[in-house]
Design a protein around this ligand. Structure first.
Ligand code: SF4
Length: 317
């Protein structure tokens, strides 16, 4: 175990690292399988060297906090409470979330084959993986956009995955260290461990790259790249001990949901000295959760895709 850090064993790579235990704007992080916020609850009796993990365990049934949880709280504290404190099942699930999960599952399979040294899956095999994301949901539970149908989304998925396979980003610079790697560790005193999954972890001669895969309605602006960087900054801090001395890159692969999909890459070198602001925000969110400060934060973007609209209407403080 790397001191202070838990990161999942890089499957099939021989990189000997210990395994740590095991969200709806238009441009959103693709859900994982399972996403950190839906990772299994921590078994009773688990011990930890971080006292704040015990507080988290009592509050949420998990002895850590995920980026999805932080992000959900920042979007709407009441939504956070419904999902993480009350454990309420969502009344509906947005088609964008299921679609994103499907694309993510397919691309994960693509890079898993690379990691295992196996033959690259075909488009049909990737589409099979994509479709698996729809299986857990009853059709009437899925909330589609006004111009969407399951068929139109399947067609879009086929075009996006075709564009991905034809792009240079289907290849890997250097070698794959891990796909969907669990990562965990204490970042701030008094705050539970951050737990998450890295979509793709790669290494070449000079750098370790932490890649997050996104779907988006369109190409990203520099501001979107900037605004989306906090999660990877924190993961970089946790991963910085994997390859001491190497620079760390954060990398977004953005697949656009446009008529003719494209795959964009946004790479940045991490300056760990610039982490302070992100860490301060991370701590403040936890302090608010710990204090039980939960209130509705209605907005067009957040409420349109929220699965707790009925529970929210019934809430009275
Ligand atoms: S409907 Fe809107 S205000 Fe209510 S919980 Fe959901 S996101 Fe928050």
């Amino acid at each position: 175990m790397i001191a202070g850090t838990g990161i999942g064993t890089c499957r099939g790579t021989g990189v000997g690292l210990d395994v740590g235990p095991g969200a709806a704007a238009e441009t959103k992080s693709l859900a994982k399988s399972p996403p950190p916020d839906l990772a299994p609850r921590t078994p009773a009796g688990t011990t930890s060297s971080n006292p704040a993990n015990d507080t988290a365990l009592k509050l949420t049934g998990r002895d850590y906090i995920s980026w999805s949880a932080i992000s959900t709280f920042r979007t709407c504290p009441l939504k956070y409470k419904f999902r993480y404190i009350d454990g309420l099942e969502e009344e509906t699930v947005s088609s964008a979330l299921v679609f994103g999960t499907g694309i993510h599952t397919a691309i994960e399979q693509h890079f898993q084959a690379n990691l295992a040294g196996e033959k690259q899956p075909t488009l049909d095999q990737l589409m099979f993986a994509y479709r698996s994301a729809w299986l857990p949901h009853e059709p009437e539970q899925v909330s589609f956009g006004s111009r969407e149908t399951r068929e139109s989304l399947d067609d879009l998925a086929g075009r996006m995955l075709t564009a991905f396979l034809a792009s240079k980003h289907a290849g890997v610079n250097g070698r794959v260290l891990g796909v969907e790697e669990e990562i965990r560790g204490k970042l701030v005193e008094g705050v539970p461990d951050l737990y998450g999954r890295v979509d793709l972890l790669t290494e070449d001669r000079d750098a370790l790259a932490i890649t997050d895969i996104k779907t988006s309605r369109g190409k990203w602006s520099p501001e979107q790249v900037e605004d989306s960087g906090e999660q990877l900054m924190l993961y970089s801090k946790l991963a910085s001990e994997i390859s001491p001395g190497k620079k760390i890159l954060t990398r977004f692969l953005v697949l656009t949901k446009t008529k003719e999909p494209v795959v964009e890459e946004h790479v940045r070198e991490v300056e760990l000295g610039n982490l302070q602001r992100t860490l301060a925000g991370f701590e403040r969110v936890w302090r608010a959760i710990e204090s039980g400060v939960f209130y509705p934060a209605p907005s067009v973007m957040a409420c349109a895709g929220c699965g707790y609209r009925e529970a929210c209407r019934a809430w009275s403080g």
